[in-house]
Design a binder for this molecule. Structure first.
Ligand code: AMP
Length: 287
């Protein structure tokens, strides 16, 4: 049985202290509207032999003014049923008023938080890092699981844990996709039938671009990214950004990086009122 926890007091009473754990405690933070991608995080945590605490919390701090906080899908009943099915030990779904200050002033940030998704969503990653660090110290997990679907978020959380010496291990989980390739996302339910048909073209075009990636210069890289944007527009997307990122620093590949460097290709694009993101690895080119 999944134990339901809504208050900090219940949380303190429920969780085994670090010295008294028979198995590692794993944290799986989510905003709910759970799908197979979320479930794959929970399954991975269980396969790794842990007891699992999943959070369901739509974090107001990570939404900007005019973003989809109000319409973000809230499906607590079916989320709790999914967590029960997956054998999660604890589901924590607090009220915002208990864990988010009215006028938060502390900011955890990093230069990469301003780039890519951070450039279009100012303050987004600071909001993510605030809530994730809050959950880390409230729960005190041995491990925490995050999806590679949100690659920039994963990078920033890994940096935060490293720099602030959080005593836990981050375990990344591969992106879980629909049979047609579309990365699962709670926001996919915003798509109309027609948009849902087009949506998998995002990763398909990214993969196609990867397969012809062979830059000899920085200018080639730019041309190649512009071509991907052009193809996305042709299919009906409004690209927000396309970026080639150096995996260790998460900075854009620049003219200093040799053409054969490994990279992560990141993209965000709008389809109607839905903003989709995806990323794929571009392995080092062997010439
Ligand atoms: P969210 O509820 O969107 O905040 O996501 C909660 C966690 O699930 C994050 O670590 C996400 O990266 C992860 N996640 C969301 N979608 C997927 C997916 N399709 N595959 C793998 N992980 C995912």
């Amino acid at each position: 049985m999944t134990q339901h926890i809504t208050t900090l007091r219940q949380l303190r009473d429920a969780l085994p202290l670090p010295g008294a754990r028979s198995r590692p405690l794993s944290l799986v933070p989510t905003m709910g509207a759970l799908h197979e991608g979320h479930r794959s995080l929970v399954r991975k945590a269980r396969e790794d032999g842990a007891q699992v605490l999943a959070t369901v919390f739509v974090n107001p701090l990570q939404f900007g003014p005019g973003e989809d906080f109000d319409r973000y899908p809230r499906t607590l009943g079916s989320d709790l049923a999914a967590l029960e099915e997956e054998g999660v030990e604890w589901a924590f779904f607090p009220e915002a008023s208990e864990i988010v200050p009215k006028n938060p002033r502390i900011r955890i940030t990093h230069p990469v938080a301003e780039l890519y998704c951070g450039a279009s969503r100012p303050g987004h990653f600071e909001g993510v890092l605030s809530i994730v660090s809050t959950f880390f110290h409230l729960v005190g997990p041995d491990r925490a699981y995050f999806g590679k679907k949100d690659r920039q978020q994963l990078f920033l959380i890994e940096q935060m844990v490293r720099e602030l010496l959080f005593p836990l291990e981050i375990r990344p989980v591969e992106t879980f996709r629909e049979p047609d390739g579309l990365a699962m996302s709670s926001r996919n339910r915003y798509l109309t039938k027609e948009e849902r048909r087009i949506a998998p073209e995002l990763v398909r075009l990214m993969t196609e671009a990867r397969d012809i990636y062979a830059p000899e210069s920085q200018l080639d890289r730019l041309g190649w990214m512009n071509q991907l944007k052009y193809r996305l527009k042709e299919r009906g997307f409004r690209p927000d950004y396309v970026a080639l990122v150096e995996p260790r620093t998460f900075l854009p590949l620049d003219s200093e990086d040799p053409p054969e460097s490994p990279a992560i290709l990141l993209a965000a694009a709008w389809l109607g009122t839905t903003r989709l993101i995806d990323n794929i690895d571009i392995p080092a080119r062997h010439v």
